[in-house]
Design a protein around this ligand. Structure first.
Ligand code: LRH
Ligand code: MN
Length: 392
């Protein structure tokens, strides 16, 4: 066995364990404040969203869970929904709460000056934990749109106190195998101060809560120029990285396909994951997509995104760790950088095609989807009814 063969086997072994969670809402209509363009064949309910997610898993082999968003995915019988998913080879993943679409939340949800509004918001978070008990989900994912638009609009310190109280009550409601994942975002919809604006604020609240509170990094939620892989390395070292909402952006929270706008950034992020030995399931990192396919066909866009994360991971696994450590130790700046760039510039597509063949999958999932006739079928079947969306 040559050194290259050993490396290929090591990389394939690690990739076989990769798991990426797709978001139910990415299969539905989405858009911007200017327009939500509808598309043919879009799901009308969580059952159809899960059916589409199952196709992505069937073709990629590495997307076995689907994140839900409440109330967008509210159903009468979550046990039946979990059975529906299982019948199609997938399981229900993180439960995303939604306290950002109700008129009562104009001045905030859990941070609102009005205790009655805060009570309503916390009750929704607790309802989401009830749903997790029925879906068997491990993670409650919390993103708060809470913030202010003008200096003086509200007391920044008091809002942090209100947030901490709400998080505490929710955290204490979790079951032993359940976790709270706190997502931060620099701005939007708030345009002056966001109550959970950055990783430091999320991290501090998680430390205050307890060991089952971790931070989620949405790759679209940072100021331009932010070194996201530094945040990854830091939170991994602290044992407080809970997961990712992968997407990409050219400007703000564009929610474009992961790896589409900045594949090198995605590689650098996955390199810190590999370097931190955090790709394996035991590390407890939830690798999720959080995207909106406003103009492109949704299922192929999600397949492409899963493949983009897989490619970035394969390249990160190719980094010659010994050569890198030696160059870093020697202060060989260009040498060290070259080791990383060598991996990044490697064409991993043949290796991934082989891996899929070994897994009994079509080596080209995008082509396999196009040939499957699935789109033509759902376009014909899903006529009438209300297409699913954000309901915003
Ligand atoms: C907020 C966010 C959050 C979700 C929503 C769909 O921008 O990233 O993760 O709840 O998108
Ligand atoms: Mn997100």
């Amino acid at each position: 066995m040559t050194r290259t063969d050993v490396t290929r086997d090591r990389v394939k072994r690690a990739l076989r364990a990769q798991r990426i969670e797709t978001p139910s809402w990415a299969y539905a209509n989405s858009g911007t404040r200017f327009k939500v363009f509808t598309q043919e064949g879009v799901p009308r309910d969580p059952y159809e969203k899960i059916a589409d997610a199952a196709v992505v898993h069937r073709l990629t082999g590495i997307a076995p869970t689907v994140a839900l968003h409440i109330p967008w995915d509210r159903v009468d019988d979550y046990t039946d929904l979990a059975r529906h998913a299982a019948d199609r080879g997938v399981t229900l993943g993180a439960i995303n709460a939604n306290v950002f679409q109700d008129d009562d939340y104009r001045l905030g949800s859990v941070t609102n000056p009005d205790p009655g509004v805060r009570r309503k918001a916390v009750d929704h978070l607790l309802e989401c934990v009830d749903i997790m008990d029925r879906t068997g989900s491990r993670d409650l994912k919390l993103w708060f749109s809470d913030g202010t638009n003008y200096p003086g609009q509200d007391d920044i310190r008091a809002r942090q106190d209100r947030l901490a109280v709400a998080l505490r009550e929710t955290y204490d409601r979790l079951g032993d195998n359940q976790r709270l994942l706190l997502e931060y975002k620099l701005f939007e919809p708030a345009f002056y101060a966001t109550d959970v604006p950055d990783w430091g604020t999320a991290y501090a609240h998680c430390l205050e809560l307890g060991p089952r509170a971790r931070v989620v990094i949405d790759t679209g939620h940072h100021a331009p120029g932010t070194n996201i892989e530094f945040i990854v390395a830091f939170l991994l070292r602290a044992g407080r990285l809970g997961g990712f909402d992968f997407n990409s952006r050219f400007y703000a929270d564009d929610d474009l396909m992961a790896g589409a706008a900045d594949p090198f950034q995605l590689f650098r992020i996955m390199y810190e994951i590999v370097r931190g030995d955090a790709l394996r399931a035991e590390a407890g990192i939830a690798f999720m997509l959080d995207q909106c396919h406003n103009v492109e066909a949704k299922i192929p866009a999600i397949i492409r995104s899963v493949l983009n994360v897989q490619e970035a991971t394969a390249k990160a696994l190719l980094v010659d760790a010994d050569a890198l450590a030696a160059a870093q130790q020697a202060g060989d700046v260009l040498g060290a950088n070259a080791v990383l760039m060598d991996a990044y510039n490697s064409d991993v597509r043949p290796l991934l095609a082989d891996l899929r063949t070994e897994l009994g999958l079509d080596p080209d999932p995008m082509a396999a989807y196009a040939r499957s006739g699935y789109f033509e079928r759902i376009r014909a079947e899903r006529v009438g009814g209300q297409q699913a969306g954000w309901g915003a």
